[in-house]
Design a protein around this ligand. Sequence first.
Ligand code: PLP
Length: 223
Amino acid sequence: MSITTQLHDIQATLPEHVSLVAVSKTKPVSDLMEAYDAGQRIFGENKIQEMCDKFEDMPKDILWHMIGHVQRNKVKYMAPFVNLIHGVDNFKLLKEINKQAKANERTINCLLQIKIAEENSKFGMSLDAASEILQRDDFSEFKHIQITGVMGMATFTDNTNQVENEFNALQTAFNQLKALQPENKAFKTISMGMSGDYKLAINCGSTMVRVGSSIFGERNYNA
Ligand SMILES: *Cc1c(COP(=O)(O)O)cnc(C)c1O
């Protein structure tokens, strides 16, 4: 099936309140352009350099989402254009994003990445650590970032019960963090669900799914 068909098939199953991030990491610009021509405007990448290269080559009405782990020293490269950073999991990173956003006279949207998976390989912070950040005095001085929600990745497993529990934990974390900042009307995104589990994620409250291989096909990391 073509990228256009797969994209449209997925879009057709999504409720209106759920947005679709087309995860295009490792894929060539020609594949992204096919999705773009089919109407897709949100693209997710997990490497800053690759996202910057694609940004240069592609139409400027695209919303670029950084979905991977972010190294502090590379924030400056994406700060001029990135629309949403999903993987914010520590205070120092947030501080650097604020600094680089300010230098570009922008506000950058961020999601707090919460660790919901049992496996230790996944990035993210505890709910307590996220709560603490939101309540710091110096956090309130960050005028160039906007925290728009949370992001999480479930364990890679066939055990649907476990994945469901982890998704529910992210929904709970979202509710608790929201309660800490009633004035933040922008806090409404729960980024969870990938090709294998996005339908379950939506049933558990996801408002943003990150789908790669079901749109673009399997990735070949050796290419
Ligand atoms: C690669 C990736 C995805 C998409 O994975 P698929 O299984 O191809 O849909 C989603 N989220 C993150 C953080 C990723 O790194």
